[in-house]
Write a protein that binds this ligand. Structure first.
Ligand SMILES: *[C@@H]1O[C@H](CO)[C@@H](O)[C@H](O)[C@H]1NC(C)=O
Length: 337
């Protein structure tokens, strides 16, 4: 037996594969048997983990106080054409909105602008920027990706070039509370990594919004890009057509029924493509802003696990059967007539 064994393995002409534990499928493997007890145990532990997490995140989300005000409709006169109004440089775009704080809002209160139906994720838009140029003054001329917002009419490079920068949001908000002015802190609204590693501290805007169609806000040419935080926030492009971007932070608590007056300069043209503009004030908790989805998801999965654990337990108690009983196999069962 032994010699026979050895001879076929060592024979050079044999087509049989060499012996190895892999080719012979003898590697150790874990083959758990899913007994009813094990399955029920797993489902119950899932339920025990998921349901409390779900309840916690759901209640955290419920505690967030959010005030949302859509203003793009009311901030243009009903009589004239919206497009004509917004494109006319002479019209008065100031618009006053009054918001009532529904519940006490603890600071920091985040102020966002929300745009809907704005596709900042369009391929040609996303690519229309020059990160080299944003980072170093030596790369001023690296504007190839930025067409048609690469150079001005004198062939001088635009800094920052490209459509993303060009379309910078230019509505502004001034807040007051019960007729006293309310400060909105606009410092540190952008990511630290963007401020320190993407937007240069010695790159200054140049030839920006200076030729052709004006796309949005202008930039102060004496402030380096690393401190132009509205631009930095804007240039971190949103993945979805409805998005919020941070405008600033209110660093005092607001009481219930406080009257917040917002003076809006309604400049940005979203009317040409049916975009909507909203002003949002929101508090935060440990899960961030208002987000019921996470809690709902945890509760759904936990609830389903609990349901199946109970259903399987009932079946197991009411109709038990031995594990691996071959009489249940179809070919062992008597055909039913
Ligand atoms: C604001 O942006 C719009 C384009 O959306 C532009 O037409 C307008 O001139 C800009 N206004 C100011 C004050 O920057």
């Amino acid at each position: 037996m032994g010699s026979e064994d050895g001879s076929y393995r060592s024979s050079k002409n044999s087509k049989k594969p060499k012996y190895s534990r892999f080719t012979q499928q003898e590697l150790p493997a874990c083959k758990p048997i899913l007994t009813p007890g094990l399955v029920i145990g797993i489902l119950i532990s899932l339920a025990i983990i998921f349901i409390p997490i779900g309840l916690l995140s759901f209640s955290a989300s419920q505690n967030v106080v959010e005030v949302v005000d859509r203003y793009d409709e009311e901030c243009v006169p009903a009589t004239s054409s919206k497009l004509g109004f917004i494109q006319d440089a002479q019209t008065n775009k100031t618009c006053i909105r009054t918001l009532i704080v529904p519940k006490k809002m603890k600071h920091p209160i985040f102020v966002y602008y929300q745009l809907d139906n704005f596709y900042q994720n369009h391929r040609r838009y996303v690519k229309s920027r020059s990160d080299h140029q944003l980072w170093s003054p030596k790369n001023e001329y690296m504007t190839k990706l930025c067409e048609p917002e690469a150079v001005d009419s004198n062939n001088e490079p635009i800094v920052p070039c490209g459509l993303v920068a060009w379309s910078l949001f230019n509505d502004t908000y001034t807040f007051s509370r019960n007729d006293n002015s309310l400060t909105v802190n606009k410092k540190n609204i952008a990511w630290t990594s963007d401020r320190t590693k993407k937007f240069g501290a010695n790159v200054y805007p140049k030839n920006f919004q200076s030729h052709g169609l004006i796309g949005g806000a202008k930039l102060n040419e004496t402030i380096p890009l690393s401190e132009q935080e509205d631009l930095i926030v804007w240039m971190r492009t949103a993945a979805l057509p409805s998005f919020r971007k941070l405008y600033g932070k209110i660093e005092t608590d607001l009481e219930a029924n406080d009257k917040i007056t917002v003076v809006i300069e309604n400049n940005y043209n979203t009317y040409a493509f049916d975009g909507r503009k909203k002003l949002v004030m929101s508090t935060v908790t440990w899960i961030g802003g208002k987000n019921d989805f996470l809690g709902r998801m945890y509760l759904t999965v936990g609830g389903a696990s609990l349901f199946f654990a109970l259903a399987f337990s009932l079946l197991y108690i009411l109709k038990p059967r031995p594990l691996g009983d071959p009489t249940y196999l179809s070919w062992n069962r008597k055909p039913t007539l």
